[in-house]
Structures are given as C-alpha cells and as structure tokens.
Design a protein around this ligand. Structure first.
Ligand code: ASP
Ligand code: MG
Length: 471
C-alpha cells in the first residue's frame, strides 16, 4: 500500500488556473499511488482578511467585518462560477459558502459581545477556520466532478490539539486514534480526502489553529501518523531557495536538505515551511518534497535523512527581524529579563519560542528575535509594549531599543568545519556583529547585526555560498 499526502498552500490556490493545475496533479497521482490524501490551505490572502475581521470584531466594528464577509463571498462565488462544475454542484457550493460565512459572522458577533480573553482567542480561531473550510469544500467538489471520489474533511474531527489558541500543538496520540477511526475508512473506500489544513480542535471541541502557515504542520502530522511514503508540498515557487528570491535575484533552488537543515531554515526565517512541521516527519523518516505547481515534473527540493557523511556545505542564508535592548553603562540583565518575559507572554502569547541571544560584556545587551510563525506585526507590537513598560521606570531602565536582524547561514556539518565558519565570518568583514551563535543542530550559524546592515550581510554570505558551489 503506497500512500502520498499532498499539501496545497494558499499561493498554489485561489485562481481558476491554479485549481486546474491542482486537478491535473491530483488526478495523475491518484493513478500512481494506492492512497492519496490532499491537505489544503485557505485561498491566497483569505486568512489575512479573516484575521482582520476578527480584529475589527474586537473593536466592535460590525460594518468592517461584514464588508470582509461580503468580499470573501464574492471572491469564492466568482471562483466557483468559473470552475468546470455542473449547475447542481455550483448551487450546492453556493449554499456551503453562505453557511460558512454566516458562521464566521456569528463568531465575529461573539467576539464583539464578549471581551474575555479566553473566549476572544477561541472565537478568533473560529473566524479564521472558515478560510480552510471554504477552500476544502470547493476543491472536494472539483475532484468529485472529475472522476475522483473527493470528500471534504473538517480537520477539527482529526487533529486534536492543546488549547494554545492561534498557535496550537497537535496531540499525536489522540490524533492517531482519530485518523484510525475517520481517515483510514475513507482511504479504504478509495476516497480522496480533502482535509482542511491549519485548524484543529481541543479534546472539548473548541476550534484551534496551528500558527500561520499551519497547513504544513497538518500535512506533516497526517503524513507521520499514516504513515505516508511521501509528503509533497505544492507551492508557486520552485522549491526551498538559497535566499529570499524577492531580495536576491541569484537565489537558487536547494536540491537536498536534511531534516535538521530544513527545520533550521524554516525556524530562522524561510517562510515557505512552518517551523514545527519537520519534527514529526523526521521522527518517522517520511521524505518531503517541495514542488511547484508550474513545473510538476521538476524535482524541487527533497528533505530527507542525510547521506552517511555529507561534506560541510553552505546551503542557504536567512534573515529574521528582532529587537535589541542595550545599556551603555555597565549593569546586569537581571530584571529586564523578567520584564521582557512578562511583556512577551502578555503581548504575543508566546512562551519559550522566542530566540533570545544575549551578551553582557561592556554595554549589556539583550536581543530578541521573533519567529516568523508568530505573525508579521509581532516585532512591532512587542516594541510598543516594551516601550510602554520601560517608560514606567525611566531611571531604573535606561535601555535603548533598536531594531536588529538575525542573519543565519544554513549548511551541513558546520561544527566540523571551522574553516567554513571562518570563511563566513571573514565574508562579513566590515559588518558589525552584535552577537553570534552556532546552532545546536550543527547546521546553522547566526549573527545579530543592525537592521541597516542586514541586507549587506545576507548578500555577502550568499556570494560566498555561490562561489563555493561553483568550485
Ligand atoms: N491559511 C493559513 C495561513 O495563511 C494556513 C496556511 O496557509 O498554511 O497562515
Ligand atoms: Mg506556507
């Protein structure tokens, strides 16, 4: 029994052209594999709009969130109108869309009424969960009309998580049981399940979400528990790249990464993959491929166990935004650590996930770098929260705040290649390094630099990477 899990991200969904490609891909792979599971994100941009709606509900702006619901309605209806579907399928989908959006409005109203924190975050998850439900319904209907037994599966019946709303973690034992009960019987009947990514539920049935980009995580958990013979992630880019291709035109596709390298790459800022998705795959040794819907026959990037003794090699460079706190006079970090910890927890709802590099020689220095999965505005929110806190104790806390970047070189066996590490640092000559660390997994070397220097640091490391590749 060979089984394949395929995840389609928002950037590979959303237009008729993209969905036509999806149909072609799923049809082809359903013939090649015994079992196929499809996991889908919301259509491109939809989750952002839903989060916005939940925020508007918090400030009790019903016109705002209703306008978003109306926009989402026209967008999904327009798509359904253009897709190759017969009239009854179209009518049924229209009813589904309306029903889901009315659930979204109910959840928005609940948020507006009740400002208790706990309820707020669970209602907010209910609002955003609508995006994946909309896309799963549409995609399942599309498959069903074209010779496949597509069926939408609401992952709240499969993925059981803790109660960390907005960034929940699946409970693998509970989830494995649900898969036995609900997913396997479908696969045995040759159904192609179209599972909503990103969303789950607590054991009590409260809706949760797995963090931005969480559909990857859903697909990974399902692949690991099945276990699948492979997981393919479909996107609109050629694979994992050696640098952000929007910033560096000579960024290249990385042919192969180990699980550790891929996890570090995602953790240190490559937004293509959810940072926590690698661990379940690594544990069960499920190979992962990242592929482009525009080049379905190209190999893309393979993430798998490394060969026995790979040579030390640079593979990518990433950049993440952070904040630094600095005190010119001597002084310790005591106190400020607690202040920062409390602020982080309250403002962003994060715990141990913050990457903290600190150094206290001469001027005390503390640097906070925020994982990309927390959301794009989090550095800004944190900065505002810390500023407010610090102004409460001006004389005790003479800290200067500055934006910094964590620039990370990813590669294999960096710990056994002091020469390579030396070359990376040598390439950074002229850039002031505020802090430095070699990752515990031996495949990352991170430097903290001023935000204004970040681009130059990325360029220099990438130039070294290309130069070594050509040799
Ligand atoms: N739709 C969710 C997001 O935009 C999950 C995902 O795309 O993976 O974050
Ligand atoms: Mg993604």
């Amino acid at each position: 029994m060979r089984s394949l899990v395929m995840k389609f991200g928002g950037n590979a969904l959303g237009t008729v052209a993209a969905l036509t490609r999806l149909l072609g891909i799923v049809t082809r792979e359903a013939q090649r594999w015994d079992r196929v599971v499809v996991v889908v994100s919301a259509l491109d941009g939809v989750t952002d709009r839903l989060l916005e709606a939940a925020q508007l509900a918090q400030v009790d702006n019903p016109r705002g969130y209703r306008r978003i619901a109306a926009n989402l309605r026209s967008r999904h209806f327009a798509l359904v109108d253009e897709l190759p579907l017969d009239a009854p399928a179209r009518t049924a989908l229209g009813a589904d869309i309306d029903q889901l959006l009315s659930q979204m409005l109910d959840a928005c109203r609940a948020i507006a009424k009740d400002l208790n924190d706990e309820l707020l975050s669970s209602a907010s998850d209910e609002v955003v969960a609508v995006g994946e439900q909309l896309s799963a319904q549409i995609i399942a209907a599309l498959l069903l009309q074209h010779g496949l037994r597509g069926a939408a599966v609401d992952s709240r019946s499969l993925i059981i998580t803790d109660a960390v709303h907005g960034n929940a973690n699946p409970d693998l034992d509970q989830t494995a049981q649900r898969m036995q009960d609900r997913l396997l019987p479908m696969l045995e009947r040759d159904i192609v399940p179209v599972v909503t990514g990103y969303i789950g539920a607590t054991i009590d049935g409260e809706t949760t979400t797995l963090g931005r980009g969480g559909t990857d995580y859903t697909a990974s958990v399902i692949s690991a528990l099945l276990p699948a013979d492979a997981l393919w992630i479909w996107t609109n880019v050629a694979g994992m790249m050696s640098a952000d291709p929007r910033e560096l035109r000579d960024a290249r596709v990385i042919a192969k990464l180990s699980y550790d390298e891929a996890a570090d790459l995602a953790y240190f800022g490559a937004k293509l993959l959810h940072a926590r998705m690698i661990a379940p795959l690594a544990e069960r040794q499920v190979p992962l491929r990242i592929k482009s819907i525009f080049a379905p026959d190209a190999a893309g990037t393979l993430v798998a166990a490394p060969e026995k003794s790979p040579e030390a090699q640079l593979k990518a460079v990433t950049k993440v935004l952070g904040l630094s706190l600095r005190r010119r006079a001597s002084g310790s970090l005591a106190g400020v650590n607690r202040l920062v910890g409390n602020t982080l927890f309250k403002t962003l709802g994060m715990r141990s996930e913050v990457m903290i590099a600190s150094q206290s020689s001469g001027g005390s220095f503390l640097c906070l770098v925020i994982p990309t999965s927390i959301g794009i505005d989090s550095v800004d929110r944190l900065q505002r929260a810390l500023q407010a806190k610090m102004s409460e104790y001006p004389e005790k806390m003479p800290w200067e705040m500055e934006m910094v970047s964590l620039v990370t070189a990813i590669g294999s066996r960096l710990h056994s290649a002091p020469q390579l590490v030396g070359q990376v640092l040598g390439a950074l000559a002229g850039v002031e390094i505020l802090a430095l660390s070699l990752g515990a997994s031996h495949c990352s070397l991170s430097v903290v630099v001023r935000q204004a220097d970040a681009r130059q640091a990325v360029d220099k490391i990438h130039a070294l990477l290309l130069q070594k590749r050509l040799k």
